[in-house]
Write a protein that binds this ligand. Structure first.
Ligand code: GRF
Length: 203
């Protein structure tokens, strides 16, 4: 049984997609052991509480530095014997201390085809650049933002009349497919990192 932690800051739709995949047994032998938010009013946190999951709001304002904050998070993750940390709309840059504590065990989803458009407002960046295709990326987290080895990507077209909202919606649908799929591969021990590359082992 693999213990999964979800870190989020808002809506939590990717968290719900992972949660549903576990509930419907698309992902077996895994449970969401803890959900942590850095925002007290995150809808994702509310959903976790409603489902009876261990859910915590850890307020950054109560810590004197990002590292102290991350030490607290890492302590909770260790308490719950976490095997995989899923960043799911967690709007904080995690410190090298955190990354080292969970080496090759932290995943993130980003709403662009990395390495294009890292950072904030990826969908807006893509629209303004004028690309014909964008999408989303699930990757392992390393010390640089939106940078670690890529697990999977999905492509969507950018249409002539797209707004940030319409493009985001199209991308989000794909996020909800590829994030649970990546989690499933991890849980089944099918992912092997070789340098920058992630090899998906055949069963
Ligand atoms: C998603 O677009 C994700 O790619 C990005 O933040 C957003 C989170 O959305 N990292 P949600 O909270 O999962 O609904």
């Amino acid at each position: 049984m693999k213990n999964i932690a979800i870190l989020l800051s808002g809506r939590g739709s990717n968290f719900k997609a992972i949660y549903n995949s576990i509930e419907t047994k698309i992902i077996n032998n895994a449970r969401i052991s803890v959900v942590i938010s850095n925002k007290g009013d995150a809808l994702g946190l509310k959903f976790a509480q409603e489902k009876g999951l261990n859910a915590f709001f850890i307020n950054p304002k109560e810590f004197c530095s990002a590292q102290e904050y991350d030490k607290k998070i890492v302590k909770i993750l260790n308490d719950y014997k976490i095997d995989l940390v899923c960043l799911a709309g967690f709007m904080r840059i995690i410190t090298p201390y955190f990354v080292k504590s969970f080496k090759n065990s932290i995943m993130n989803i980003h709403p662009s085809l990395l390495p294009s458009f890292p950072g904030l407002n990826a969908q807006k960046q893509a629209l303004e650049y004028g690309v014909r295709f964008s999408g989303c990326t699930v990757h392992f987290v390393d010390e640089k933002v939106d940078h670690g080895p890529i697990i999977s990507q999905a492509v969507v077209p950018v249409l002539p009349n797209d707004t940030v909202e319409t493009l985001s919606e199209r991308i989000l649908k794909e996020e909800h497919k590829i994030y649970p799929e990546a989690v499933k591969l991890f849980v089944e021990d099918k992912l092997k990192i070789v340098g920058r590359k992630v090899i998906v082992k055949k069963s």
